[in-house]
Design a protein around this ligand. Structure first.
Ligand code: C2E
Ligand code: CA
Ligand code: CA
Ligand code: CA
Length: 275
């Protein structure tokens, strides 16, 4: 047993070392990648569950290495946040996304993730409006997705910035709904246009009746508060149908489409309702 434990701890140390090494390697190239615009916006459709009509697209950052593989955003976003590169990354990404989205039909919105670290920088909301001005993208077509972490450190400042954006016509969505500790408190503090039900609730939906009750409750709560619910991570036809029955109006997930590059969006939008 002792020998086994030792072997296991060596494996653990090796993988830890691998991770740190990888992070350092990524960190060294991240700034270059940002400046060379090698981190690109991909777009995942958000659709109406009943009709499967696409109503908007969420920007998901993709960093493709010269060899062709991708570094996942779950890896490089936290590094960008730590190294104070998230503002530059996010602003360049938004600018490109607005330019892309100007070619889409006017009733299609663009949804953009805002990092909590980015929200801590003074004036981020005004710079965001500047980007809309520069690219000629209508504020009423933009939705920002924030997580409750953004409201944790300085609620008054975050609320002021979001109220400013709302006054300019930008919609605010609460991402990863249901995963935090104070989602309900956030709902009472702030008027969100949408809540995004985290995919950890969608995945076990068919096997687990309790999960169905919880999702039904989240959707009902959204309804009472006049907020639209969007379910993330819909992978099967059965999940889609059940979410519709539970009263959820919008969805997102691999069943309809993964995130695709800009040149494929136009084709997605031109096609008949998907799925
Ligand atoms: P998120 O905002 O919750 O984005 C949803 C994630 O779920 C995306 O992963 C998306 O590709 C994935 N997903 C969508 N549909 C399905 C499905 O049917 N099944 C499964 N298994 N997954 C699905 P991705 O693109 O790897 O992004 C991960 C996270 O990285 C995002 O989570 C977000 O927190 C962050 N992120 C991505 N792009 C950006 C960005 O431009 N800015 C910021 N601040 N964060 C970003
Ligand atoms: Ca999101
Ligand atoms: Ca999410
Ligand atoms: Ca998530």
């Amino acid at each position: 047993v002792k020998k086994q434990r030792k072997a296991r701890s060596q494996i653990y140390e090796a993988s830890m070392l691998g991770r740190t090494h990888r992070a350092a390697h990524i960190e060294a190239r991240l700034l270059d990648a940002i400046e060379a615009d090698r981190i690109e916006p991909y777009y995942q459709p958000i659709f109406e569950i009943d009709t499967r009509r696409i109503v908007g697209l969420e920007v998901l950052a993709r960093w493709r290495q010269s060899g062709g593989d991708f570094v996942p955003p779950d890896v490089f976003i936290p590094i960008a946040e730590e190294r104070q590169l998230i503002d530059a990354l996010s602003e360049r990404l938004l600018k490109r996304a607005c330019v892309d989205a100007r070619q889409w039909p006017e009733d299609i919105f663009l949804s953009f993730n805002i990092s909590p670290v980015h929200m801590e920088t003074e004036g981020w909301e005004r710079r965001l409006m500047d980007i809309l001005g520069q690219t000629g993208f209508a504020p009423s077509r933009l939705q920002v997705e924030i997580t409750e972490t953004s409201l944790a450190s300085d609620l008054p400042a975050a609320a002021r910035a979001l109220a400013f954006l709302q006054k300019e016509g930008v919609a605010v969505a609460l991402d990863d709904f249901g995963t935090g500790y104070s989602n309900l408190a956030q709902l009472s503090n702030f008027s969100f246009a949408r809540i995004k039900i985290d995919r950890s609730f969608v995945a076990p939906l068919l096997e687990d009746e309790r999960q169905q009750k919880i999702v039904r409750l989240m959707v009902a709560l959204a309804r009472v508060l006049d907020v639209w619910a969007t379910a993330e991570g819909i992978e099967t036809e059965e999940q889609l149908v059940l979410l519709g029955k539970l009263g959820c109006r919008y969805g997102q997930g691999y069943l309809v489409s993964r995130a695709v590059p800009s040149d494929e969006v136009v084709a997605l939008l031109a096609a008949a309702p998907l799925g």
